[in-house]
Ligand binder design. Sequence first.
Ligand code: PMP
Length: 361
Amino acid sequence: MSQITPQPGILEIAPYKGGESRIEGVADAIKLSSNENPFGPPPAAVEAARAAAARMHRYPPTDHAALREAIAETHGLEAARITCGVGSDEIISLLCQCYAGPGTEVIHTEHGFSMYRISALAAGATPVEVPERARHTDVDAILAAVTPATRLVFVANPNNPTGTMIPEAEMTRLAEGLPGHVLLVLDGAYAEYVDGFDGGAALVDTRENVVMTRTFSKLYGLGGLRVGWGYAPEAITEVLNRVRGPFNLSTIALAAAQAAVRDRPFVERCAADNARLRDWLRDALEAHGVACDPSHANFVLARFADASEADACDAFLRQEGLIVRRVAGYGLPECLRITVGDESACRRVAHAIGRFKAEAA
Ligand code: PMP
């Protein structure tokens, strides 16, 4: 037997499963499984990426200064406290690497994003799952789960895959209730979809133990380029930058993200369309007898009677060339997560689910 063994915890990781993108034998399947922007990337970002391609023989800057400046200006933040990563996944991973490890605990919520558990285990820490209340983050349950070994608490607001959100006052109560040795990570991957919401930036500004993560993969339409960022107190930013790979973001990714963050008309149009189509989709599903919590993100979580009805609906949708996301791995076997597509995709998926329910009745 080989004596080459990975670090403790690694073999407990169930590999991440992304949203499927193909159906055998279907050429033009509609992908509603990965919460991507159905309107594509901002044209200005495509143009910037094209121009940057001519410079691909050069190493990219290590300090990401221009992108950090663009993000800071847009969001009214301090550029020096922004760290850019290969998706917000990398910021999550860096936080675990820097602040958790063997003998420590990392809290995430019951239906929380799977990278929290994966990154905690990869760092040798113990992930601790805390119950939600009817698919909503439960601040009291989180506070009750904190021990002297807790180092990090991950909360996505809005949450994936539930689409639910807790009010800012609850986020503040959580930050204030945590002991000083615990870092609260507010994951704002879907914050842009909530009108007027800062993702938790103000809490980062006023406290020493709060970090916010954000992404270019959703509203900004750059999932394939892999750009995310974190906003943290100075001391934490300084720690993350010691561990971050100096050339983690490519020349092309940096240029495209910088153009995307400055293209406000594009993102405002996408956010408005998403809100309109999301509410339409939820109403249509409810009218077909499929329950959905009000969503604050770019997807809805459709709840069926049980796991077998959800599986049957998924199979029916695939026959129709529609790919949605099963979320049994998130403790929601009776649900399907459906990304809000463009208008025609929303109509197609709602209509198909209506026919599925009618045929089953
Ligand atoms: N957080 C949440 C809640 C997510 O849903 C996702 C993407 N699925 C991420 C973080 C990571 O996104 P990215 O690495 O593309 O920035």
